[in-house]
Design a protein. Structure first.
Ligand code: XMP
Length: 481
């Protein structure tokens, strides 16, 4: 049973937020450290922690998405940039530690050693497979070969000809064994005719062991999602070959034009498409019934840290309420599409509540904006470091014009977001680890051994204003009297 029904709020005219509820303690048979945080971002994308970074231009570009994926979550690359720039960010994530590199930089045997050295320097790589005109592998030339040879020499006279190779069925573990056995750092992958189809590097494969929670695609590359406008089919088609999911990024999805454009778009791309933002029963049912291939629901309107939508328009749907409504709709329809709680999340307790109300993951801007990996300027203010965070509807974000269609087209644009300085938090991996630990602690109290149990079994209650009053004579750090 969904939380609205369970709490008798189905017919109520009340909307609510995170501070209105609390998880009740319940029996658990395991220790919090053994609790599983495995979940889904979208129908075909599993996560190891339920954390997603927002598609905002002060939150998610490649660096943030790499950290999220290495630590079990996923980043959604923002769209306030050209198609080429967004694609480049996505490709950086995919290249970060791919198991078999597909777009291998190669050289011809007739080229000179000097040319090989130049290519290696330009691409920041330490070796090149040598291929003939038919792409057949004939050797490999490494930094070591180049360093001790004359630059006028032909590559074919300086390269190693006896190359250890692998075929495409090799596993990461087997490739490590092979490279260790032959003390090599690069392992070309060839097809049955000896043609080069990829390259495995020791650095990339050994990195994999460092991130046990990483979420990867079938080719062993880190997963990543990208935000798009429903009206930008060109962008969607350019990105879909590389991303694991596309996220429709509009402030108000329940709009005739948005729904029909998204419907057309989903018919032309093959990856998962997450729709949003949604916040009402009618909106959710209408969207799901009109669009066949919905792989995820991003819900919550106006609840974000730098949103001014609700102040300016008095319209919105608080995130926790939106999650509860979405869960209710999906239960009624007998569907199980992952729900992403988006906006206003300040701590792991908020995430636990969102999941208890039916979400599968939480999308966060504020929580990650202050991290080293966010693409925002770092500033020293009054002896402390801060990072800039801005709403995608803020005046300064809109000046770039590239994601301005997130909001309604009006004769005069109304800013629906603001900017703020956020205290610098250091590395996002630490934020993720702390969030994961605190979420496990919350689940431990709530008696949930995994995300499914938190969604289905956790008990929540309304909180009265005096429920948690604390001693008033204590002076906490940072407070003054
Ligand atoms: P948090 O609270 O995690 O929220 O920073 C992130 C979410 O806020 C949304 N967003 C906006 N909403 N005006 C809005 O009304 C804006 O300018 C704006 N910018 C971002 C977005 O859903 C994001 O994931």
């Amino acid at each position: 049973m969904g939380k609205l029904k369970e709490l008798g709020l189905e017919e109520s005219n009340l909307v609510f937020g995170f501070d209105d509820f609390i998880l009740l303690p319940s029996y658990i048979s395991i220790e919090p450290s053994d609790i599983s945080l495995n979940t889904k971002f979208s129908l075909n994308n599993d996560l190891n922690v339920p954390f997603v970074s927002s598609p905002m231009d002060t939150v998610t570009e490649a660096e943030m998405a790499i950290t999220l994926a290495r630590n079990g979550g996923i980043g959604v690359i923002h769209r306030n940039c050209s198609i080429e720039e967004q694609l480049a960010q996505v490709k950086r994530v995919k290249r970060a530690e791919s198991f078999i590199i597909k777009d291998v930089v190669t050289i011809n045997p007739e080229a000179t050693v000097g040319e090989a050295a130049k290519i290696m320097e330009e691409h920041g790589i330490s070796g090149l497979p040598v291929v003939d005109e038919s792409n057949k592998l004939v050797g490999i030339i490494t930094g070591r070969d180049v360093r001790f040879a004359s630059y006028e020499l032909k590559v074919k006279d300086a390269m190693t000809k006896d190359v250890i190779v692998a075929d495409e069925s090799i596993t990461p573990e087997e490739s490590i064994d092979l490279m260790r056995k032959y003390r090599i750092e690069k392992l070309p992958v060839v097809d049955k005719d000896g043609k080069l189809i990829g390259l495995i590097t020791y650095k990339d494969v050994s990195h994999r062991g460092m991130y046990k929670d990483a979420v990867r695609d079938k080719m062993g590359r880190l997963k990543v999602a990208a935000a798009i406008s429903p009206f930008d089919l060109e962008r969607a088609l350019a990105l879909e070959k590389y991303v694991d999911a596309l996220v429709i990024d509009v402030a108000h999805f329940h709009n005739e034009n948005v729904i029909s454009a998204t419907k057309k778009l989903t018919e032309q791309v093959s990856c998962d498409v997450v729709i949003g933002n949604l916040g009402s029963r009618e909106g959710i049912i209408d969207s799901i019934s009109k669009i066949d291939k919905v792989a995820g629901l991003r819900v919550g309107i106006g609840g974000g840290s730098v949103c001014t939508t609700t102040q300016i328009t008095r319209a919105g749907s608080p995130t926790l309420y939106a999650v509860a409504v979405a869960r209710e709709c999906l239960d009624e329809l007998g569907m199980d599409i992952p729900i992403i709680a988006d906006g206003g999340i300040r701590n792991a307790g908020d995430i636990a509540l969102a999941i208890a109300f039916g979400a599968s993951s939480a999308m966060m801007g504020y929580m990650f904006a202050g991290c080293k990996e966010s693409p925002a300027p770092l500033m020293m203010l009054g002896g402390r470091y801060y990072k800039l965070h801005r709403g995608m509807g803020s005046l300064s974000a809109r000046q770039k014009r590239l994601s301005v269609d997130r909001y309604a087209k009006l004769p005069k644009e109304i800013p629906e977001g603001t900017e703020a300085w956020i205290p610098y938090k250091g590395e996002a991996s630490n934020v993720i680890k702390e969030l994961a630990s605190a979420l496990r602690a919350a689940m431990g109290y709530a008696g949930a051994r995994n995300i499914k149990e938190l969604q289905t079994k956790a008990k929540v209650k309304r909180v009265s204003p005096s429920a948690f009053s604390r001693a008033s004579d204590l002076l906490f750090p940072g407070e003054s009297r």
